[in-house]
Design a protein around this ligand. Structure first.
Ligand SMILES: [Fe+2]
Length: 129
């Protein structure tokens, strides 16, 4: 296991993040939790790959808005959180709720070497730049 990996229980739906990678296996509901791979290519018409826009030290990450197809934000289907990964392996995260816009704005000291991740409750983990 590695730091920042996301695991999901396919029985109860619990989602966890690894902060201490010492554990060998993570069990939930009697079964090993499943590693959520970082998906990078969109499929169907729906947009999931997060997109970064930099304006000075202000960095915005959106899911589908800048592509003209905002990701749904309904109770049944929504982006649960958006992360910005900054230089030096620094992670910033904003949690979202249904009804919010699928985007997050962060202020960073050094807007270089940025990447992003987002987690959809139905379509899981995505990585973008
Ligand atoms: Fe989705």
């Amino acid at each position: 296991m590695k730091q920042k990996e996301i695991y999901r229980c396919s029985i109860c739906g619990k989602v966890i993040e690894i902060l201490n990678p010492a554990a060998q296996e993570t069990i939930c509901c009697g079964e090993p939790m499943k590693l959520m791979e970082e998906q990078t290519a969109d499929w169907k018409g729906e947009k999931h790959v997060p997109k970064i826009t930099v304006d000075g030290n202000k960095v915005t990450v959106d899911v589908g808005i800048s592509m003209g197809t905002p990701h749904p934000m309904t109770d049944q289907h929504y982006i649960m959180w958006i992360e910005l990964i900054c230089k030096g392996n620094c992670y910033k995260r904003k949690f979202l709720n249904p009804g919010d816009e699928p985007k997050a704005t962060f202020v960073v000291a050094d807007p270089e070497d940025l990447s992003s991740r987002e987690y959809c409750n139905l379509h899981f983990l995505w990585r973008g730049s």
